[in-house]
Design a protein around this ligand. Structure first.
Ligand code: FMN
Length: 348
């Protein structure tokens, strides 16, 4: 179990929690490439307490995959103890509190980024989780709530004072979309304010970005979300080694098959379709493939569609081309197809 991140985590790059994405199968792939720590997708504490199978799936971790953190958004203080009792037997290395999710569905329960305007409540949550579990507690925050104008240093100190073992700062406000560049100076401000390790997060798409973030902010480690989608080898620092179509095909198909084996087609199909879009975005003809794959109604149909595409031996898009620039722009802003409603099904 992690006591301090610097002592126990070998490596400096961490896979971010991502809803409907950082399941056991994708975490395993990122760990294979060197992710030093991974996180589950966020799960509602009240749904875990209620025994929801979906929430249990979000929070599930396997014995082989340490170190791994379970992320919770705390939408019902009264049932937090029950939720943590459900989680304790899984022996997570960290329990992470989500204090950054900007979705109205989450914030309307006083959870996620709503906690940034209510630091005493955030502190209560940290202390309560520490009371109910031996696992270290971390917190993932966004920055200054535009209305409350609480500076990030105050957020960081509140998190430290309540006893959190480390803090992750996603350097955007609750109201910023991905169009707004992450403001790494806020990470540096948090680093200066506290003694606990601070993990920086926001707009790291290459291992060079990661090194630059560490240099410019002094953060202890870097958390990567979009930069790992379709490019999990970012954790090996090899994202610049351009993989050819046949290598991408075999990594992608293995991921797709494991998703199917692990979760069954109803859960696996939408997840696999997104991975197809992410992994193939650097290749010619991927736009039509995305259309075709999102129309598939079964895993065998998806696998045949992917095989038919790779049988054409698609070439990589020219690195300087307008087409690749447009694809990467759409990916950075909306991960190609953003679904705002993704959070709907996790809030009870
Ligand atoms: C598909 C997707 C799902 C996400 N789900 C979560 C989540 O469950 N919990 C969370 O704290 N952040 C979530 N985030 C935010 C990321 O963890 C991260 O803070 C944000 O994307 C900025 O990092 P990046 O610039 O590396 O993408 C999600 C982001 C994406 C793209």
């Amino acid at each position: 179990m992690i006591q301090t991140i610097s002592e126990h985590i070998k490596g400096k790059m961490i896979l971010a929690p991502m809803l409907n994405t950082t399941d056991h199968v994708f975490r395993k792939l990122c760990r294979h490439y060197g992710a030093a720590l991974t996180f589950t997708e966020m799960a509602s504490s009240s749904m875990i307490a209620s025994g929801s199978t979906q929430a249990a799936r979000y929070a599930a971790i396997s014995r082989q995959e340490h170190p791994v953190g379970i992320q919770l958004f705390v939408d019902n203080m009264a049932r937090l103890e029950e939720a943590i009792e459900e989680i304790n037997p899984l022996q997570p290395d960290v329990i992470d509190i989500n204090a950054g999710c900007p979705s109205d569905k989450v914030c309307s329960h006083g959870a996620g980024a709503a906690l940034l305007a209510n630091l005493p409540e955030l502190q209560e949550i940290i202390k309560a989780v520490k009371r109910y579990s031996h696992a270290p507690v971390s917190v993932k925050v966004r920055v200054a709530d535009r209305h409350s104008r609480i500076p990030v240093r105050d957020i960081a100190r509140a998190v430290e004072d309540a006893g959190a073992s480390f803090l992750t700062v996603h350097a955007r406000t609750r109201y910023d979309r991905y169009e707004e560049p992450a403001r790494w100076e806020w990470i540096a401000e948090a680093v200066r304010a506290v003694n606990i390790p601070v993990i920086g997060n926001g707009d790291v798409f290459t291992s060079d970005d990661a090194r630059r973030m560490m240099r410019e902010t002094g953060c202890h480690a870097v958390m990567v979300a979009r930069g790992a989608l379709g490019t999990p080898w970012i954790f090996a620092g090899k994202e610049d080694a351009l993989l050819d179509a046949s290598a991408v095909r075999s990594i992608l198909l293995q991921l797709v098959r494991e998703l199917d084996a692990c979760y069954g087609p109803i859960v696996a199909l939408p997840r696999a379709s997104k991975h197809v879009a992410w992994f193939t975005r650097f290749f010619e003809g991927a736009e039509q493939l995305r259309v075709d794959v999102f129309r598939c109604r079964s895993m065998p149909a998806l696998i045949s569609t992917v095989n038919r595409y790779f049988d054409t031996n698609p070439a990589r898009l020219d690195p300087g081309s307008e087409e690749l620039k447009a694809v990467e722009d759409a990916f950075h802003r909306r991960i190609l197809f953003w679904a705002e409603m993704d959070t709907e099904d996790v809030v009870g």
